[in-house]
Design a protein around this ligand. Structure first.
Ligand code: V47
Length: 611
């Protein structure tokens, strides 16, 4: 699909062509974009990519920041937060004090702090363990790569061991701090005692290997050059190609405060902030999210960033000190209602999320769910949105939101449709296989009959495929296995005997294999060979209670989009296919293998599965 803009700066036109084709941008492209006066076109290009990745969703999390101490063995020039133990402003929080700052209503606690010389290792483990035990619903995002490296050296454990111990007591993800700018020149000037790029990446890549997803940051607006910013982004993009473990990128606007690096009130300009958000969205093509961290950007600039490539506002952020000690002028905490208002004002869907970006609550109407996989693209590629807003959401999560009446229509996973039939009206479209599907795959160390009593990791995304797997194991092969849900983002599969993956992840792994799992089964093919019936994974349905005019509008929009897409699958979905590693011919063949219309055979297959 092509979208045309008018470009005041014609140097952006070849960049836009490459963005539309899904091609990588270079350092030179980045410099052209930083130097362009046509800053609105930059925003439009970034917004286009943002919409491809996140539809109309903007995420936030109810979170609390804990900075457990400001005592630090390092003295980084840009940091106004850290101090020495002997100073009157020094503080250290006990575990009880930390627990006292949390409530069961939040979903994320973000812990980072100074690095004191005299805290024992157990004190850190105790903080994470106690939070996890007292507030099991509060996910712990803790310790930057710099802190992990400090623990590794101080407590004489490998980085992997440090992370394993933290993970065992409840660490879920890691924040992206400590990256600053990946430039030795800047490091020598501003943070010579801190780990550089090599150390930072070693910690993050180790975390990804262990199934700990992480964030990434870039501190900009001090002494770095534009080229150094872009090299920073390119290094992150390369690491993401390797591990896929980064959730989000957060450009951190430098707050000068009393650091002496810049005059006290010389904040980055709004234009520079928005350009940096937009350019990072365009350069980091393999990053799922870009965060507009309002604490450093201010509420106003963060609000604008939601149409310049950012799809994440962080959260309520109670108790932040690092930026505020350095003179940040943003409030100390944003109320949930305020965040929702800002996101709605930007014409986006406010989506409250957990630490893995799973949507928990959606705060607007006319939301159409979108399964964010290649096989669903034909429904959306030419969809005229009108009053509707698109929320990309994995099948199981769509079912959970619909059970709370927070989704108005979408391709519901078959199991969720069965559960919620009373409130939903079928629309005549589906996602069904003809025989094989290639995107619901069981990667296994054992043959089907040897899976008795074995542990199978199940992707968090699935609602129906796990039901199908269970039926095949029990009814076709007479085998009972143990299922364990995986979490969002990267996982460590090594302790499982088999892993069930669906959607784009299954397609990707099907192409390149999953290390350690010799056998690969196409679960829909197994069903077909057994029942000689297609398998219906999802059916389009909408809330019965929607006004008739809305229902009609939705039917027309979907029917038009599907008709156009079916005329040319490659035009509709080639770019998405290339992003998961398929050639255009493979995308064509893959999509032609689906049946998108709910006919008699599909209904028969639904009845058979229900039985
Ligand atoms: O690493 C220190 C930065 C970072 C200043 O992962 C400063 O979700 C601006 O990493 N002006 C810590 N920045 C904060 C951080 C973060 C924040 C929000 C979300 C996430 C996440 C991570 O703060 C440090 C450093 O780069 N910092 N001093 C300053 N004067």
């Amino acid at each position: 699909m092509s979208t045309d803009f008018y470009f005041r700066d014609r140097r952006l036109i070849p960049i836009w062509s490459r963005v539309q084709r899904g091609e990588r941008l270079t350092l030179e492209d980045g410099l052209t974009m930083y130097k362009t006066p046509d800053f609105l076109s930059l925003g439009k290009m970034a917004h286009h990519v943002q919409q491809q990745k996140s539809g109309d969703a903007v995420y936030f999390v109810l979170n609390q920041k804990i900075e457990h101490t400001n005592i630090c063995v390092l003295s980084c020039k840009f940091c106004d937060f850290a101090t020495k133990k002997s100073r009157p402003d020094a503080y250290e929080m006990t575990t009880e004090e930390i627990l006292g700052k949390l409530t069961p209503h939040i979903h994320e606690v973000h812990i980072t702090g100074g690095m004191p010389a005299d805290w024992p290792w157990d004190r850190y483990l105790d903080i994470v363990r106690s939070i996890h035990e007292k507030y099991p619903n509060v996910d712990v995002k803790a310790f930057t790569a710099v802190e992990i490296d400090f623990f590794h050296k101080k407590f004489k454990m490998s980085i992997e061991e440090v992370l394993r111990q933290l993970q065992a007591v409840g660490l879920r993800t890691m924040p992206g701090g400590g990256a600053e700018v990946f430039s030795e020149r800047v490091r020598k000037h501003l943070f010579p005692q801190k780990i550089g790029a090599k150390g930072w990446f070693e910690v993050h890549k180790t975390a990804h290997k262990l199934g700990i997803p992480t964030n990434s940051t870039m501190l900009y607006g001090h002494i770095e050059t534009l080229e150094e910013r872009l090299i920073h982004m390119i290094k992150l993009r390369e690491a993401q190609d390797e591990t896929g473990g980064f959730l989000t990128f957060i450009p951190l606007a430098f707050q000068p405060g009393d650091t002496g690096i810049k005059p006290k009130n010389q904040f980055t300009s709004a234009i520079d902030d928005l350009k940096t958000i937009a350019i990072s969205r365009l350069m980091l093509d393999n990053f799922p999210h870009i965060k507009a961290y309002w604490v450093m950007l201010t509420e106003e600039v963060a609000a604008m960033a939601l149409n310049f490539g950012a799809d994440d506002m962080d959260g309520t952020v109670g108790g932040e000190k690092i930026a505020h000690d350095a003179g940040a002028i943003s409030p100390m905490k944003l109320a949930k209602d305020q965040i929702i208002r800002i996101i709605r004002d930007a014409s986006k869907i406010p989506v409250e999320r957990d630490v893995y970006y799973n949507p928990l609550n959606v705060y607007t109407d006319n939301v159409v769910g979108k399964i964010p996989y290649l096989n669903s693209v034909p429904f959306y590629a030419h969809f005229e949105k009108n009053q509707f807003k698109i929320l990309p959401v994995a099948p199981r999560r769509m079912g959970l939101l619909s059970a709370k009446h927070q989704i108005d229509a979408g391709p519901f996973s078959l199991m969720d449709y069965f559960r919620q039939e009373g409130n939903l009206e079928l629309m005549g479209w589906c996602i069904a296989t003809r025989d094989q599907v290639k995107s619901v795959m069981l990667f296994s160390k054992e043959g089907w009959r040897d899976l008795e009593g074995k542990k199978i990791g199940i992707t968090d995304d699935t609602s129906t495929s796990v039901g199908l797997l269970n039926v095949l194991l029990e009814k076709k092969y007479g085998v009972k296995a143990k299922f364990e849900r995986l979490h969002g983002g990267v996982n460590d599969y090594s302790s499982y005997d088999a892993v069930l993956l669906i959607g784009d992840e299954a397609l990707r792994r099907n192409k390149h294999g999953l290390d350690g799992f010799e056998l690969v089964f196409d679960v829909a093919r197994e069903w077909y060979d057994w029942q000689k019936l297609p398998f219906v994974f999802a059916v389009w349905a909408m809330k019965k209670s929607l006004p008739e005019a809305t229902k009609g509008g939705l039917r027309t929009a979907l029917s038009d989009s599907l008709d156009k897409s079916e005329q040319d699958f490659v035009n509709a979905a080639g770019q998405h296919g290339r992003a998961v590693g398929l050639t255009d011919d493979e995308t064509q063949e893959y999509l032609a293998g689906f049946n998108y219309r709910l006919g008699e055979r599909e209904k028969e297959a639904m009845a058979k599965f229900r039985e």
